[in-house]
Design a protein around this ligand. Structure first.
Ligand code: C2E
Ligand code: CA
Ligand code: CA
Length: 713
């Protein structure tokens, strides 16, 4: 309702303070209506103006009579009117303008606020945009990484597993199932099922590794074990993973990967086999043996026990290789290792340590008797005939034994001492065993020094030849001599060939010695021939190693040429053992020598196989009956019968017989009586120096006469 006399409201006159705090909205609804306000002001002006004109003139006419004063008052009245209306107009205009100014200020402030709000809005929009972009790119990166992850997992052929530890639910990716050959529906995993699939040998370790990791609550999990697949053999699995634990340290969840490392494990096994096992016998090799002995020593130390090392070396295994070839040698090694395996109990280690050497670690040795009987059992078991290439073979071994801690506290010492003991067993005639003693080492060292001085001896020309006359028993004439070597050692004096020939053989020095002997003997015989002793032949002993030399025939030829000895004066003596080592080779070499007119004697007949069967096969000229027959030849004995029969047989196949070691007159007479062709022995003469031999040659030109006056025949 319009209030004409609400002057303040009508003109908007308010206290400044009020104006400032004036609410913009109330202004909008009450005052700021231009048409209404202008109308009210105009109506008020018209009313006041009209009333003034009507009433003021009337009042003046009533109150004042004087026209002059009337006119003057009317003037005043006009001025008052102008002043009052002017003042009122000022107030109205000022009030309106203040209101407008206020509104415009408010508007301006609102506008600024709006502007700020707008800017904030724009910022927020930009932020949102950025966030959106970030989310988008994160999503893309996630998708990309998921694809990459999938590819990697597929490419790496790994299976992924996830284990809800609390509820014991396991999930395994299809690739994981594929590794084990299960279809998706076939394998519902739980920890118990996983345990049941573990290989019995890996079970305890694998479970322990998992438990340890879960208890440790740190780091990552790595486990290697075999799992049972749906078919085939166990698969080797490399399992890697990571767990999370709750605040009390209980595992909540665990996830990781499964990699099939079966192939890698197989290759590792192959490499391990190559590095630690012998390919021929499939036994552990020396490296593995060393490891095992090391472990055994630690165990023995810990439990205060004894353990022993048995070192086997097959006797004369080289002969098998040389006679039958290496492939048969390998077969024999396999057969022997099979035999040895019978004596390998739990905790023992049997290994092939080299060529024909084997080692056995015996754990928890209670007493030395135990080792004695074990060694005897092993040696006896080797004593049976071995069939190889349809032939019967006899082999033996020598065993050396060293016991921890008495004979050494580490691998090197124990092995060295067992080897020394084995060496002494060989020296004692092979086919036996020895338990290590300190003095054995000294013996071995003596042998080693002997080898050194052998080499030295050759350089210093310490070897000399003796000649033992060979007599034609019928005529009593010296028809030849056997060259027998001696070592004139500067400190030890004359050393018999029995004491150094085997050493020279082992070290290979025999080749040099043989050459030297052959050359010296041929040269000497040539001299004697030239001096008129026209029927003298020279017999030279040949050892196995010399006879096996490829260039033997060539060497002999060269020496004959060099010395100028006619080959028909040369006799080569080989033992039946040498002849039989490789019969075909022997026959071949002997035929070559025969072609050169060289004579062959089969030495020591009767000490070895004494097989009559091969006598006819071998292209030989002389059969040398061993001294052991001759010793008993005069008394009624089997030897007498055999000697007689052998001489007859030899003659039947065109051989001449030489009796070795004739020591008595009776022997001489008897042998002569039973038609033995030739003889040698102390009865005639011991091996003589070259000068002595020449002397007796000259003395007995017409026939041999013994010093005790035995007349020539
Ligand atoms: P062997 O070939 O059987 O030589 C005969 C051996 O019997 C010689 O021994 C000789 O001294 C000995 N002896 C000869 N008559 C009698 C006798 O009446 N009574 C006794 N008790 N012994 C007699 P030695 O010289 O000690 O030679 C031993 C062996 O050494 C030889 O046996 C031979 O196998 C080997 N040997 C000797 N010299 C050489 C050589 O230059 N080269 C090779 N490879 N071996 C040799
Ligand atoms: Ca001989
Ligand atoms: Ca002999």
């Amino acid at each position: 309702m319009f209030k004409i006399f609400d002057f303040k409201k009508m003109f908007g006159i308010r206290h400044e303070k009020n104006l400032e705090t004036y609410d913009l909205l109330s202004l909008r609804y009450t005052s700021v209506d231009p048409i209404k306000t202008a109308f009210r002001i105009s109506m008020f002006y018209i009313l006041i103006g009209s009333l003034w004109i009507l009433l003021s003139d009337k009042a003046i006419e009533i109150l004042v009579d004087d026209m002059k004063r009337v006119h003057m008052l009317q003037n005043y009245k006009g001025w008052i009117y102008i002043l009052v209306t002017g003042g009122l107009l000022f107030l109205v205009i000022r009030n309106s303008l203040v209101k407008i100014q206020l509104v415009s200020n408010k508007l301006y402030r609102s506008y600024e606020e709006l502007n700020l709000a707008y800017e904030e809005l724009m910022d927020t929009k930009e932020n949102l945009k950025n966030q959106f972009r970030e989310i988008k790119s994160s999503k893309e990166a996630l998708a990309e990484s998921e694809t990459r992850y999938e590819l990697v997992v597929k490419g790496a052929n790994d299976g992924i597993w996830d284990w809800d530890v609390k509820n014991d639910k396991m999930h395994i990716s299809s690739q994981g199932r594929n590794i084990l050959g299960y279809r998706d529906s076939e394998l519902q995993l739980s920890i118990e099922i996983w345990k049941s699939l573990l290989h019995p040998e890996d079970k305890n370790d694998a479970i322990k590794t998992l438990d340890d990791y879960l208890n440790k609550q740190i780091g990552s999990y790595i486990n290697i074990y075999r799992l049972k697949p749906s078919s085939e053999d166990y698969k080797w699995i490399l399992s890697k993973g990571q767990a999370i634990w709750d605040k009390s340290g209980n595992p909540i969840r665990m996830a990781g990967s499964h990699t099939d490392i079966t192939e890698q494990k197989r290759n590792e096994e192959k490499v391990l086999k190559l590095a630690y096992y012998d390919l021929i016998t499939e036994l552990p090799n020396r490296a593995m043996f060393e490891k095992q002995l090391y472990t055994q020593i630690l165990k023995a130390k810990h439990f205060n026990e004894q353990c022993a090392l048995l070192y086997f070396d097959l006797d004369d295994f080289k002969n098998v290789n040389d006679t039958l070839g290496h492939s048969y040698g390998d077969i024999l090694l396999k057969m022997v290792s099979k035999e040895f395996r019978k004596y390998k109990k739990t905790g023992y280690t049997l290994a092939r340590l080299g060529g024909d050497e084997f080692g056995l670690i015996v754990s928890e040795v209670k007493n030395i008797d135990q080792l004695h009987s074990l060694a005897r059992m092993i040696l006896d078991s080797l004593g049976k005939p071995w069939i190889l290439n349809d032939e019967e073979f006899y082999i033996s071994a020598s065993i050396g034994i060293a016991v921890f801690p008495h004979h050494g506290e580490n691998f090197e010492t124990l092995l060295r001492n067992a080897d020394t003991a084995m060496y002494c067993a060989k020296e004692a005639g092979k086919k036996g065993y020895k338990i290590y003693k300190e003095e054995m080492y000294t013996q071995k060292m003596e042998f080693i020094n002997m080898k050194k001085s052998l080499r030295h001896g050759i350089k210093n020309k310490e070897f000399i030849l003796n000649y033992q006359p060979i007599i034609d028993l019928k005529s009593g004439r010296i028809v030849g001599s056997e060259a027998l070597i001696r070592w004139n050692h500067p400190e030890k004096g004359l050393i018999s060939p029995i004491d150094f020939i085997h050493l020279a053989e082992k070290t290979g020095i025999i080749k040099k010695i043989g050459k030297l002997t052959l050359e010296t003997a041929c040269k000497q015989n040539k001299i004697w021939l030239e001096r008129g002793h026209t029927s003298i032949k020279i017999s030279i002993n040949m050892s196995a190693l010399e006879f096996k030399q490829r260039d033997l025939v060539k060497n002999i030829k060269e020496i004959l040429q060099k010395t100028g000895l006619d080959s028909r004066y040369l006799v080569i003596e080989i033992t039946e053992n040498i002849a039989l080592e490789n019969l075909d080779h022997t026959i071949h070499v002997l035929n070559e020598l025969k072609k050169m007119n060289i004579k062959i004697a089969l030495d020591d007949f009767g000490t070895g196989y004494s097989s009559l069967n091969y006598l006819k096969k071998l292209p030989i000229d002389y059969l040398k009956l061993d001294k052991s027959f001759i010793d008993n030849v005069t008394i009624k004995s089997k030897d007498q019968v055999i000697t007689k029969a052998l001489i007859k047989l030899a003659h039947d196949i065109g051989l001449q017989v030489v009796a070795e070691g004739i020591e008595t007159e009776q022997q001489y007479h008897y042998l002569k009586k039973i038609n033995c062709d030739l003889g040698q022995g102390y009865f005639f003469d011991k091996p003589l120096s070259c000068g002595e031999f020449e002397e007796i040659l000259t003395c007995h030109q017409g026939g041999f006469t013994h010093a005790d006056g035995m007349p020539k025949s």
